[in-house]
Design a protein around this ligand. Structure first.
Ligand code: SF4
Ligand code: SF4
Length: 55
């Protein structure tokens, strides 16, 4: 299951910096491209706001 970013995102950018396939886009809330996500979990482990969940 790809990961998903929720409304709790504080737009810190840590997830995008840690994604090995660079599938996370910047924004007021960051967005994961589910079609590219390899479900590695790196973003979720490093999110300070616990804003990333498994869909
Ligand atoms: S690490 Fe968490 S809070 Fe930071 S941009 Fe990513 S989802 Fe948002
Ligand atoms: S689970 Fe891995 S591949 Fe998917 S968005 Fe997070 S860091 Fe990127």
């Amino acid at each position: 299951m790809p990961r998903k970013i929720t409304e709790s995102c504080i737009a810190c950018g840590t997830c995008a910096a840690n994604c090995p396939v660079e599938c996370i886009s910047e924004g007021d809330i960051y967005v994961i491209d589910a079609s590219q996500c390899i479900d590695c979990g790196a973003c979720q482990e490093n999110c300070p706001a616990e804003a990333i969940v498994e869909e």
